[in-house]
Design a protein around this ligand. Structure first.
Ligand SMILES: Nc1ncnc2c1ncn2[C@@H]1O[C@H](COP(=O)(O)OP(=O)(O)O)[C@@H](O)[C@H]1O
Ligand SMILES: [Mg+2]
Length: 382
C-alpha cells in the first residue's frame, strides 16, 4: 500500500481545478466584448502593415485587463499567421522586469538577440533593440506590439525612461495596463507628448456579470451538480462588493470547493462560501502586512490604534502616535506621506481630503479599509 494511493482516489467536487487558476486564459470573456473590440480596432492596423497607436488600459484589480490583453494577442497572432507580415507581440509583466534595461533586454532576447540582464550600458541595449527593429532581411518592416502589464510598478521604480524609449522607437506600439487611473502622474510632459495613447476603461463587474463569468468557469472545473444553487450568486455578490473583482470571485468559488472536499461533502454549500471569504481575507491581509517594511507596519499599527479609539486620523495626529509606537526609531514627517500613499495603494487604508475653511486649508483624513480583527491578529500576533 502506497501512502498516496488513498489520497489520489479521494472523492472530490472538482473535475479539473486548473480552470479556476488565475493563469488559465478562457476562450470566452463575457462582458468584455466592447473592450476587446476596441483593442482589435486599433491593432487591426498591424494587419495592414501600419504600426498601431499606443493603448492604455485602466481598471481595478480583477476586471479582466490581463486576460483581455492576452486574448487580443492570441487573436492577432492567429489572424496574422497566414499572412505575409512580420508582427511580433510580447507580453511583459513589470513585476518581473522592473527597469527599462531589463524590459529592453528581455525584448531583445525574445527577438532572438542574446542581451545580458546586466553589464551593458543602457545605450548599448537600446541601440541593439532599435537595430533589431530596422527592416528585416527581406526588406519588410517588423511591427512589435509590447504589452506592459502592471506598468505603474515600473514607473514608480524606474521612472518613465522606458516609455520614452519605446514611444521613440519606430515600428513599436505599446499597450500599457494599469490598476490606477492616476498612473500618468509618474510620466513627464516630454513623454506624455509622444505617448498619444487611446484609453480603454475596464469598469468593475456587477454581480450579475460575475455570475455569468463564474458559471462559465464552473462548468469546466466542477463535477455536475456539485454546487448548491446559491453558491455562484453568493460568490458573485461578495466579489461585486469587493469592487467587482473577478479574481476574488474565482478564489471564493475554488476555496468553497476545497472546503467541501475537506469536509468530505460532495455538495458545495452556500455556507462554505462565507467560510471561504473569511479564510481568503485573513490570508490576504496577513500576507500583505507580513511583507511590509517594519516602519510601514508601525504606521499601520498607529492607524489601528487611532481607529480603535475612534479618533479622526489626520497625518499630524498619526505622526504623533507613530513616534510613540516606534520609540525613537522614526522616519521623518515627510516620509509618512509616502507610507500613507503606499498603504492606500495596497487597499489597506483610504484617504479623503476635507476642506477646513479658508484659514486652516485642506486636511487629509485617513480611514482603515480592512477588517480590524484581522489586522489586529496580523500586527499583534494571534
Ligand atoms: N470577462 C471574463 N470572463 C471570464 N473570466 C474572466 C473575465 N474577466 C476576468 N476573468 C478572470 O478573472 C481573473 C482576473 O482577471 P485578470 O485579467 O487577471 O484581471 P486584472 O488583470 O484586471 O487584474 C482571471 O482568472 C481571469 O481569467
Ligand atoms: Mg492583471
Amino acid at each position: 500500500m502506497n501512502i498516496f494511493d488513498e489520497l489520489g482516489d479521494k472523492k472530490t467536487v472538482f473535475k479539473d481545478k486548473k480552470f479556476l487558476d488565475h493563469r488559465f486564459l478562457p476562450d470566452k470573456l463575457p462582458h468584455r466584448e466592447e473592450q476587446i473590440k476596441s483593442i482589435a480596432k486599433y491593432w487591426v492596423e498591424a494587419l495592414k502593415g501600419v504600426t498601431p497607436p499606443d493603448i492604455t488600459i485602466y481598471g481595478k484589480t480583477g476586471t479582466g485587463k490581463t486576460a483581455v490583453a492576452k486574448f487580443a494577442m492570441k487573436q492577432l497572432k492567429e489572424a496574422s499567421k497566414d499572412q505575409d507580415l512580420d508582427i511580433k507581440t510580447e507580453y511583459i509583466r513589470c513585476t518581473d522586469y522592473t527597469t527599462e534595461y531589463q524590459v529592453i533586454a528581455r525584448l531583445c532576447q525574445q527577438m532572438g538577440r542574446d542581451v545580458p540582464y546586466r553589464g551593458w550600458t543602457k545605450a548599448e541595449v537600446i541601440n541593439t533593440f532599435r537595430n533589431l527593429l530596422k527592416k528585416n532581411a527581406f526588406g519588410k518592416d517588423m511591427i512589435l506590439l509590447v504589452v506592459l502589464d502592471e506598468i505603474d510598478i515600473l514607473l514608480r521604480n524606474d521612472g518613465d525612461g522606458l516609455l520614452y524609449t519605446l514611444t521613440r522607437t519606430e515600428n513599436v506600439a505599446i499597450l500599457s495596463i494599469s490598476n490606477y487611473v492616476d498612473f500618468k502622474k509618474f510620466i513627464k510632459p516630454r513623454v506624455k507628448s509622444s505617448l498619444r495613447d487611446r484609453e480603454i476603461v475596464f469598469p468593475p463587474y456587477g454581480a450579475q456579470q460575475l455570475v455569468d463569468i463564474l458559471e462559465e468557469r464552473s462548468k469546466l472545473s466542477f463535477v455536475e451538480e456539485a454546487l448548491e444553487g446559491d453558491v455562484i450568486p453568493l460568490c458573485a455578490a461578495l466579489a461585486a462588493r469587493e469592487e467587482g473583482d473577478a479574481r476574488y470571485a474565482l478564489d471564493l468559488l475554488r476555496t468553497s470547493g476545497e472546503l467541501a472536499d475537506e469536509k468530505d461533502s460532495n455538495l458545495v454549500q452556500g455556507e462554505y462560501v462565507r467560510e471561504a471569504k473569511d479564510y481568503i481575507e485573513h490570508n490576504k491581509i496577513t500576507d500583505i502586512i507580513m511583507t511590509l517594511p517594519s516602519q510601514q507596519q508601525r504606521v499601520l499599527e498607529s492607524i489601528l490604534y487611532l481607529t480603535k479609539r475612534k479618533e479622526e486620523i489626520t497625518s499630524g495626529r498619526l505622526y504623533e502616535v507613530y513616534k510613540d509606537v516606534s520609540r525613537g526609531d522614526t522616519v521623518s514627517y515627510r516620509r509618512i506621506f509616502d507610507f500613507i500613499n503606499e498603504l492606500e495603494m495596497l487597499g489597506l487604508i483610504s484617504t479623503n481630503t476635507v476642506s477646513r475653511g479658508r484659514a486652516k486649508g485642506r486636511t487629509n483624513i485617513i480611514d482603515l479599509q480592512c477588517d480590524m480583527s484581522v489586522l489586529e491578529d496580523a500586527i499583534w500576533g494571534m
